[in-house]
Design a protein around this ligand. Structure first.
Ligand SMILES: [Zn+2]
Ligand SMILES: [Zn+2]
Length: 303
């Protein structure tokens, strides 16, 4: 089960009625934050989620609307007496940028581990889930992220019996562990069926539409994508500043066929996202305009 909250939906600057784009998810007692612009900690507070279990912060890129809220958030996490290491993932320069911001948050009760991305694609594995970073096309190095929770195959009793797998190993094998008993090694594949469909979410913002996004958003449960401008006429502007229109986001979704599309990162000039959604749904029907604090729970498919 993955709890998802789109904390804000604005681009460039926070507005009285719209916070900056950022995503928070919770899985197995561990929280992940993607981007942290000015005021992101206010949105987390409004949602009522805790700061302390934020174990990973991913940054798409280092434009201020995506990172300037970090020092304040770190101080708040310190005040919550977090002691465990905090992992940060982001494009090259991560450590330099974060350490520069930390001049105003120098003393923290937890260490920070930096994972800098330099290639086109990179996968980070954690306990029970994966984060995949993929390069997109903005005017500075920028990455989108997929969060995937894999799901092992079903336990197959007959196969376990056939291969004389001892009963005391079953439970651990089901969890994906290797088990050795009396010098014999048992592997999960010996008792599990084929891997089942897991949970997947793809998030990308501040980019032109590129094929890499389709690759990572393909068949995901939720695709959260930038829609900077609603008006079709603003496509030239989107090209110039390396952003996307609603229509362009919808065309990506049409190709990738996620279960659902949420738009975010609206230009301050765009007041009502909903006004443009009809055109979006003509291209991709399962599309919604993201709203601040829009939330959902993604679960494994029922069988
Ligand atoms: Zn931005
Ligand atoms: Zn940007």
């Amino acid at each position: 089960m993955l709890d998802v909250c789109l904390l804000g939906t604005g681009g460039m600057m926070p507005l009285p009625y719209r916070k900056l784009t950022s995503l928070m998810t919770r899985f197995n007692g561990s929280s992940i934050l993607i981007d942290c612009g000015e005021g992101t900690q206010i949105a987390i507070k409004e949602k009522g989620w805790s700061f302390k279990p934020i174990d990973i912060i991913c940054f798409t890129h280092y434009h201020a609307d995506h990172i300037s809220g970090l020092p304040g958030l770190l101080l708040t996490m310190g005040n919550a007496e977090r002691k465990e290491p905090l992992i940060m993932i982001g494009p090259r320069g991560l450590e330099r940028v974060v350490n520069a911001l930390r001049i105003i948050a120098p003393e923290l009760p937890f260490p920070i581990e930096f994972m800098e991305i330099s290639g086109m694609e990179e996968t980070f594995s954690f306990n029970g889930f994966r984060i995949e970073a993929f390069h997109v096309n903005h005017n500075v190095p920028c990455y989108g992220y997929s969060i995937r929770i894999p799901r092992a195959g079903k336990f197959q009793l007959e196969r376990a019996m056939e291969q004389n797998v001892p009963r005391q190993a079953w439970n651990r094998l089901q969890k994906g562990e290797l088990v050795e008993i009396d010098g014999i090694l048992y592997t999960p594949e010996m008792v599990l069926g084929p891997e089942r469909k897991g949970i997947s979410l793809t998030y990308c913002t501040d980019t032109r539409p590129v094929p890499m996004i389709v690759k990572y958003a393909e068949n995901v449960d939720l695709f959260i994508c930038e829609g900077m401008y609603g008006e079709k006429e603003k496509e030239a502007k989107a090209v110039e500043y390396k952003h996307m229109t609603f229509r362009e986001a919808a065309l990506l979704a049409k190709k990738a066929q996620p279960k659902e599309l949420w738009l975010t990162h609206y230009s301050p000039s765009l007041v009502k996202a909903e006004e443009f959604m009809e055109g979006v749904r003509e291209i991709f029907p399962r599309a919604m305009a993201g709203k601040d604090l829009k939330s959902t729970v993604l679960t494994f498919q029922k069988e």
